[in-house]
Design a protein. Sequence first.
Length: 152
Amino acid sequence: MTTKTTGQPLARYAAMKRIGDMVYMSGVIAVDPTTRTVVQSFEQLPADIRQQLGETGEMSVDIFQAPVLVQSYFVLNRIRELAGQAGGGMGDVFKLVQYFTDLSDYPLYNRVRRLFYPGEPPVSTVVEVSGMLPSREVRIEVEATAFIPLKR
């Protein structure tokens, strides 16, 4: 799910800013920038990703897990793409601040995060908030910090 608009802010702010070898990324939410809609269902992701996330095909399971799993993937994939635009990768993203509207979503998010960090996890802060923009459908927001040397 890579597009030219991936990682572009939905309002007037920078998606990321480089200061020397440090790259600071604004909070990323799971909103498709082309349709400006909150990503919530497995159908909004490619089939191979859906399988990795554990889509069961059972509506009674997927309807509850899909919003968290899909938003987690979408957000972390955008962070990976932003790191790539700065000349790095997820291995360079060493700190994540993760905001949840419901902390009970954290275990599913953590399962997805392991796909992006199969080894040592990043430095991490988890915060529960009462709501996020642009709507109540947004359940997860993640901001990231990376160390990506200008000269590699």
